[in-house]
Design a protein around this ligand. Sequence first.
Ligand SMILES: [Zn+2]
Length: 120
Amino acid sequence: MASKGMNKINRIRTFALSLVFIGILVMYIGIFFDSSPLIMTISMIIGFVFVISSSGIYFWIGMISTNTVKVECPGCGKVTKVLGRVDACMYCDEPLTLDPELEGKEFDPSYNRGSSRHKS
Ligand SMILES: [Zn+2]
């Protein structure tokens, strides 16, 4: 079923997707300013920047996806990706935490590589 979008990766994807639409919309609006080449050019550039940054975000999602942990959701039984220590299920938004599973795995280099944010 469609996700409600609480999962971090899903939220970033939604954000990137909306950036594409905003970018296209801004470029589309720019077409109506054909009497003013300056406004048209600026809106084209802004729209282009939105689309480009969106693909940058998609690339970033690909990077952080390698740091996600696949867990079976206790709520719906589906395998979901968890980003960070606490995240929501991609399918049913069940809050999931990795903390109990991280015991003894604290120095796993593949985990540490992705966790630059420290809670202090
Ligand atoms: Zn679930």
